[in-house]
Design a binder for this molecule. Structure first.
Ligand code: NAD
Length: 334
């Protein structure tokens, strides 16, 4: 079993436990003062957890539509009817949709109760469940309402991944590929447990320096400017990690166009993504115009086009990139 300690500048610390059978450690993470655990999950996940205190399962629907204020309202009403108190704990058992919802419900119910995440997708284990970003979607856009609310702990049980559908695993690999370029670590040469642990360490390091995304944490959005546009235009039918994979190749090509990196670096990006069996070309149906419009709406866009790009000093947020470079580079991922 591996353990990563997340240490935040605010003084909060918590463990992320990674390994087969890690769920056995769940009772150790619960505060002595908690008498009840509300377990938030989805019906098709089917992973039973034993918190060691009185508990009740609260199921939410599947998919991005379930990440809504309606779900939060329904959950909080159900918690109140059951008698969940401020001293109790919420446990999110699922992918990023569940951990985002459970985390946001925990941040707001009784103005904040403990939450423990049990991520059951690769994407949630290496990314969504770690770092304290929680939130839901509005009809107007994704993740528009949320809060920073750090968990008491995170349990990444590798056994949970046994039932994960192939396309969901590939989606996680897209986010995993991102971590290669954040630090240059050869994650593809590691065993799964070490790979997940290293990705968590990298994320923990960045979040530790910048808990509320006022600086370095934005680097975790590498590949996401085009990635979000692809997801958005494709009505979220393209998996997040696959969209990010194309976004990573595009970001490398854009950095090359802007003479920030040499061509070898672009080849390295393509090789890593290929080794994970991820796509590197845009769906044919998506027009340049739609992608350009969607990219200017990206949350990171302050003026014009903003990307996280590789360069002589590693990854950086680069603002105000001229449209002709952005447009021309789209051809490289056609
Ligand atoms: N908070 C953050 O920092 C952060 C970071 C990245 C992504 N996210 C969010 O995460 C969400 C995506 O998360 P995701 O990719 O995990 O998708 P998801 O939560 O929708 O899960 C994908 C599917 O897999 C199913 N599933 C989950 N675990 C399973 C298992 N072990 N066996 C079988 N089926 C299982 C789910 O029911 C769902 O149908 C997005 O909403 C995204 O915005 C949040």
């Amino acid at each position: 079993m591996n353990e990563v300690e997340v240490v935040l500048s605010s003084g909060i610390t918590y463990p992320v436990i990674v390994g087969n059978g890690a769920l056995k450690k769940l009772p150790d993470l619960i505060s002595d003062g908690s008498n009840r655990a509300a377990i938030v999950t989805q019906s098709k996940i089917g992973i039973a957890v034993e918190p060691g205190i009185e508990n009740k399962v609260f199921e939410i629907d599947d998919g991005e539509e379930a990440k809504s204020l309606t779900t939060i309202g329904e959950l909080c009403s159900a918690f109140a009817s059951w008698g969940l108190t401020r001293a109790d704990v919420i446990i999110g058992v699922g992918g990023g949709v569940v951990t985002d919802v459970a985390g946001f419900a925990a941040a707001t119910y009784h103005r904040g109760v403990d939450v423990i995440h049990v991520p059951t997708t690769l994407l949630a284990q290496i990314d969504a469940a770690v770092g304290g970003k929680t939130g839901v979607n509005l009809p107007e856009g994704k993740n528009l309402v949320g809060s920073f609310w750090q968990p008491r702990g995170v349990v990444c049980d590798l056994d949970a991944l046994d039932t994960l559908p192939e396309d969901e695993l590939r989606s996680g690999l897209g986010e995993l590929a991102k971590y290669h370029f954040l630090t240059g670590d050869p994650l593809d040469q590691m065993e799964l447990q070490d790979r997940i642990t290293r990705a968590v360490e990298i994320k923990a390091g960045i979040v530790g320096e910048d808990e509320k995304e006022q600086g370095k944490r934005a680097l975790l959005n590498y590949g996401h400017t085009l990635g979000h546009a692809i997801e958005n235009i494709g009505n979220y039918e393209i998996k997040h990690g696959e969209a990010v994979a194309i976004g990573l190749v595009y970001a490398a090509e854009l950095a090359y166009t802007l003479e920030r990196i040499d061509h070898e670096k672009v080849v390295e990006h393509r090789q890593v993504l290929e080794s994970y069996g991820l796509p590197s070309a845009l769906p044919k149906s998506m027009s340049d115009e739609d992608l350009l419009i969607s990219m200017t709406r990206d949350k990171k866009a302050v003026e014009g086009f903003t990307f996280v790009l590789d360069g002589p000093n590693g990854l950086e947020v680069v603002q105000g990139i001229e449209e002709n470079f952005v447009r021309e580079t789209l051809k490289k991922v056609r």
